[in-house]
Design a protein around this ligand. Structure first.
Ligand SMILES: Nc1nc2c(ncn2[C@@H]2O[C@H](COP(=O)(O)OP(=O)(O)O)[C@@H](O)[C@H]2O)c(=O)[nH]1
Ligand SMILES: [Mg+2]
Length: 229
């Protein structure tokens, strides 16, 4: 069983009821804190963006490119979430951006409480964009509002075009879907038409941006999206 959010396959009715109750309490408390974070972001004019995906889809690479290419146009800060290591924070630090790493230990997602604490420590500048890179996982982070304004789900062409159907909560709760690693399309059996259709089966109006952090193709569309928010 997932230690933090209680996700599990439940076989008995009683166990099922208990899981639902625990889940309700945990999520209720999280939602209250998320509203506090949202108020903080609003007051300071901070655009908070929660980046969610399975591990390895390219979240940190997308941030490295964005922070470098848009330097001078916007002020950025980053909160990194991983179970262990400061690897991603080190990569972000190398771009010259203010960054805080949260290690969740056995936890499979960031929650609003962790973000609240990180904000107290880092005090991101006003009128900025705050990226929050969530723990790589297409399940639990969907349930935890962090107080963000935008939730961006990143899938990559090496993961298979069926992922939106398998993990619909993540795609449904997002406000943008990025399909990354399009440079690999000639080499993998990924049907991009089917992927688009699967995304829209889950959420008909979810915008999709196709890009490659490696070749840079499509990044301008992502930058335009960011500036429009
Ligand atoms: N071919 C290719 N590889 C990429 C691209 N974006 C990221 N990667 C690679 O994918 C791997 C995982 O990237 P990373 O940013 O650490 O993923 P994260 O776990 O989602 O943060 C790394 O080896 C990256 O170099 C891309 O657009 N094309
Ligand atoms: Mg990462």
């Amino acid at each position: 069983m997932c230690a933090t959010c209680g996700c599990d396959t439940v076989t008995t009715k009683k166990a099922s009821r208990q899981v639902v109750e625990v889940e309700r309490d945990v999520l209720h408390e999280n939602n209250l804190l998320a509203e506090r974070n949202r108020g903080y972001f609003l007051a300071k004019d901070i655009l908070a963006i929660n980046l969610v995906s399975s591990p390895g889809s390219g979240k940190t690479t997308l941030l490295e490119r964005t922070l470098t290419d848009m330097k001078g146009q916007c002020t950025f800060a980053v909160i990194e979430g991983d179970q262990q290591t400061t690897n991603d924070a080190d990569r972000i630090h190398a771009t010259g951006t203010k960054v805080t790493q949260i290690n969740t230990g056995k936890g499979c997602h960031l929650d609003a409480h962790m973000i609240h604490h990180a904000l107290e420590g880092m005090r991101p500048p006003g009128e900025s964009i705050l990226f929050i890179e969530n723990v790589g996982n297409l399940v639990c982070p969907a349930m935890f509002d962090l107080g963000e304004k935008q939730r961006v789900v990143v899938m990559s062409v090496t993961e298979g075009d069926d992922k939106p159907l398998k993990y619909p909560d993540m795609f449904y709760s997002s406000t943008l879907c990025i399909i990354n690693k399009t440079d690999l399309l000639p080499y993998v059996p990924f049907d991009i038409e089917k992927a688009r259709s699967n995304v829209h089966k889950v959420k008909a109006d979810l915008p999709i941006i196709e890009l490659s952090c490696l070749s840079g193709e499509g990044l301008n569309v992502w930058y335009e999206w960011l500036l429009s928010k």
